[in-house]
Each structure stands twice: as structure tokens, then as C-alpha cells.
Design a protein around this ligand. Sequence first.
Ligand code: FE2
Length: 245
Amino acid sequence: MFLDKIFGAKEKQVLSYIGTDVHSHLIPGIDDGAKDYETSLACIAEMQRQGINKIYITPHFQKYRFNNDEDDVVERFEKLKQLVAENNIDVSLNIAGEYLIDDGFKEKINSGKKLLTLKDNYLLVEFSFNQSMFGIEELFFDVQMKGYEVILAHPERYSYLNKNSKLLANLKEQGIYFQSNVLSFGGFYGSEPMRLAYQYVENGWIDFLGTDIHGLRYRDALINTCKNSKFVKMIKKQKFLNNQL
Ligand SMILES: [Fe+2]
């Protein structure tokens, strides 16, 4: 305490305000995320330095691009978990998935297959970046009826929804959770996703933040975003639900 008075109390790490990261791509070889384990460890070590104490690794599940199998993903995850422990990085690692809404997702949901969720039943999903889809509300209703809570990843990044934000308003009404990317607030994806991210926070729409980290370029952008005073002010003020997962 005495030294704190002389040197100033240590600033709380920026990402400790969320504690849990709900979105990341850090298993090498299965999606467009970290290219090797060294990269994964470098990213995880930095996330921990910034205040993250629990990480959900959420590899892509996409029928036509990353047609991953849940059991295979879990096996590879165990190796990463072991490496993190061997390197004495003090962080809790968990596995889930990021499911693209495509034919494969519909097939999996209809088959009753157990999907990789955050906590017990929180399912992270994403839309295509190129085209809007019909019947989203009905599909999500079916998913909810199967016992899942749905988290829509980075709503600020779908440029076509900007013009049709009625869909997002409807989804909020329907009880869909929204997760924004930390890097959106630093302008990593451009000025429009940044503007929308702040606007959606302002609307009270954003329940979770995630890094969506894919590798070293993202890690460097994360370091910069954590120094961005507007972002820091926002994360300190806003109450996100990350620690509930
Ligand atoms: Fe992602």
C-alpha cells in the first residue's frame, strides 16, 4: 500500500474488465487461425498479460471451407491445453466452436448432434460476410427450442445488415445474444464496423466481447486497441456478461 502511494496504484489490465474471452481461433491446422503452436502460445500469453484469465477457443465450423469434426477438434485442443500448462501460462482454456449458418449447420442441428458450446449451452454462430439469408428468425427459434442459447458473433461486421438493422433489432427481441469483437473498437476492420460497434453498445445490444484472435497481426492490433482511450473508457463503463460463461 505504501509503495502504491509513492508509485501510484497499479492500473488494472484492460481486458480484466471482461476476464473471459468468448471467441478465438488458436488451434493450428483446422481453420484460418494461428498457423502453429508457437503463434498460439504467443497470442495466449499476450491475452493473459492484458487481463484475460479464461479463454474459449472457437474454431470455425463451415461445411464448404472448414468442415471440422467436433471430436477431432477436441483432440487437437487437448494438445494446446497441455502446451499452455507446460509453458506455465496461468489461464483457463476451454473449447467451443463458431458455427457458420449454412446447410451443414442446419443438418447438424436437425440431426440432434451435440455441438461444441460455451458453458453448457451457449452456441456461438456467425453469418456469411457476403450475403444475407432468409428465415434466420425461424432457424434461431428452432435452435432455441433445442435448448441452446444463441450468441451472434460480431454483428458490426456484416456490411449488408447495416442497411437492414431491423433484423438485428428483431433478433434482440427474440433473446439472441450479441458478441462484438474487441478489435472492431480499434478500427481493425475499418471505420464502419467501428462506428457500428460503438452504436450497438450504445443501443444496449452487446452482451459479450471477444478477441476473435487469429494470429500475430491480431495480437498486435489487440495491444493497440487496449491502449485506445475511447475503448478503455467503454470497457470500464459497460457491463458485459463474459464472466458468466
Ligand atoms: Fe471468429
